[in-house]
Design a protein around this ligand. Structure first.
Ligand code: PLP
Length: 464
């Protein structure tokens, strides 16, 4: 297997897979031609190796659930065994709707139960949005970079994804307006805008209040549906919390997606949608066709965990504190490890930051070298549908402890520096100065880098 091509199938299995592919090729639906695996899922198997420090996944730290919460989890399943082991309503259990209403109220957003649909994680919510709204060739607008897990979903539904630049204040609304004008001039109307306004995955930036207000106003004027994906807004370490787009819009043009993955436990696989009723109804039918209902056991657990509100709030406080420490460790080690010409975002919450490297580096290729040094990241191209992002990477700081973050960033810095030195030797011009640049970098637009690779790595096998 080579990791360079993003294909994680071992060589023998690959041969068999190719033969099987030929045998069944005529049967596959046309959409499978545009189906691609996600950059982060491809990395899961490799990063499970204990010697690899993974800054790649979006794994929340679930190792510190309070004992009282663990007790509530086990007791709830035995107390409500019949309900936990039976099918439930497609839209989710009434008690879980109540729990979601409580959670959304924590960020100041009020919704009716009739707008809610419980989903199998936020990921299914994205899938159901596409299943309900996207025909092949439909235009979907998204931030550039966007959530790497949404990219394959958009592709599977054969959406024509147009990604719009961000800066430190999130999506560029002028650019959005201009894009809408251009599309309207061509007689085209996007099906929706997909945005992660708070502690964006992968960039870590947050849309300013002024831009939120402008976006909601524009959405109402142009009748643009906005899909607000919000897994991270309760994980703020610094600054004032901002109103959700759903709150500002009042539920007309915003479809809100939430999840318990990052604020309780990802293994539960429980998320939700709060959508205008007509859309929610269609999504409900779409969900019934996918899985009838989300796990009843998990829903009973969610209900029990949120029932003790103080306990859950204390747990969230602890998560925020731990992640803030890890974010600080990552920022500090980036300052020390990364060569001149590198820059990165400074998130005020959430799980990720986005690093942009000197243009000579191609992070898809760099990953092979990094894995040999037992460290992993998500290459930036996974966050784009159009090949951009080659000079960037997403780093996660929630999944490993501070010591591992420091060591992981040191290893990444070393491979980046080594490659720059190599390139400098090739072109006869040193690219790494001994005196590395320190201090916060200015943040130009996040996709300002040049796509394409100048530094090529030999294709190597990864030893498992
Ligand atoms: C923006 C975004 N949406 C959706 C998801 C999917 O989350 P879930 O575990 O709830 O499926 C993630 C996970 O990292 C995410 O970052």
């Amino acid at each position: 297997m080579t990791v360079d091509d993003g294909n994680s199938t071992p060589p023998v299995a690959q041969g068999t897979a190719t033969r099987d592919l030929e045998r069944y090729a005529a049967l596959f639906a046309a959409r499978t031609g545009s189906m691609k695996s996600s950059a982060m899922r491809d990395l899961m198997a490799i990063t499970e190796r204990p010697e690899v420090i993974s800054l790649a996944g979006g794994l929340p730290d679930v190792s510190h659930l309070p004992p009282a919460m663990l007790d509530a989890i086990t007791t709830s399943v035995s107390t409500h065994a019949v309900r936990a082991l039976q099918y439930g309503p497609t839209e989710g259990m009434a008690k879980v709707h109540e729990a979601i209403q409580v959670v959304m109220a924590e960020e100041g957003t009020l919704v009716d139960s009739g707008e809610l649909l419980v989903t199998t994680g936020g990921q299914q919510a994205i899938d159901l949005v596409c299943k309900t709204l996207v025909d092949p060739g439909d235009i979907v607008l998204a931030e550039g970079p966007t959530y790497p897990g949404a990219v394959p979903t958009f592709q599977a539904y054969q959406a024509d994804v147009r990604q719009l630049q961000m800066d430190d204040d999130g999506l560029d609304i002028d650019l959005l307006e201009q894009t809408l004008d251009e599309l309207a001039a061509e007689g085209k109307r996007p099906k929706f805008l997909y945005t992660i306004p708070t502690f964006q995955n992968p960039a870590g930036v947050t849309m300013s209040l002024e831009r939120r207000k402008r976006l909601v106003k524009l959405a109402a004027e142009r009748e643009l549906l906005v899909v607000e994906d919000s897994p991270y807004s309760l994980l703020r370490f610094e600054g004032e919390s901002l109103p959700t787009l759903r709150t500002l819009d009042g539920g007309n043009f915003v479809i809100y997606l939430g999840t318990f993955s990052k604020i309780l436990a990802a293994g539960l696989r429980i998320g939700w949608v709060a959508a205008p009723r007509a859309i929610r109804q269609k999504m409900n039918i779409g969900k019934a066709g996918s899985d009838l209902c989300s796990s009843s056991i998990s829903q009973v657990v969610v209900e029990a965990c949120i029932a003790d509100l103080d306990l859950w709030r204390t747990y969230l406080d602890e998560l925020r504190e731990r992640y803030q420490g890890r974010r600080d460790a990552m920022l500090d080690s980036l300052e020390h490890a990364m060569p001149e010409g590198s820059r990165w975002t400074r998130p005020r919450g959430g799980l990720f930051l986005w690093v942009t490297l000197p243009e000579q580096i191609d992070t898809t290729n760099l990953l092979a070298r990094a894995l040999r040094a037992n460290v992993a990241f998500v290459p930036g191209r996974g966050a784009y549908t159009d090949g951009r992002g080659g000079d960037s990477m997403r780093l996660n700081y929630s999944g490993v402890d501070e010591a591992e973050i420091r060591e992981g960033v040191r290893r990444i810095g070393a491979v980046v520096t080594e490659q720059l030195e190599l390139y400098g030797e090739m072109v006869g011009e040193p690219l790494v100065r001994q005196e590395r640049r320190r201090g916060p970098r200015e943040t130009p637009p996040l996709d300002a880098g040049t796509p394409g690779s100048l530094v090529q790595f030999p294709q190597r096998r990864v030893n498992r």
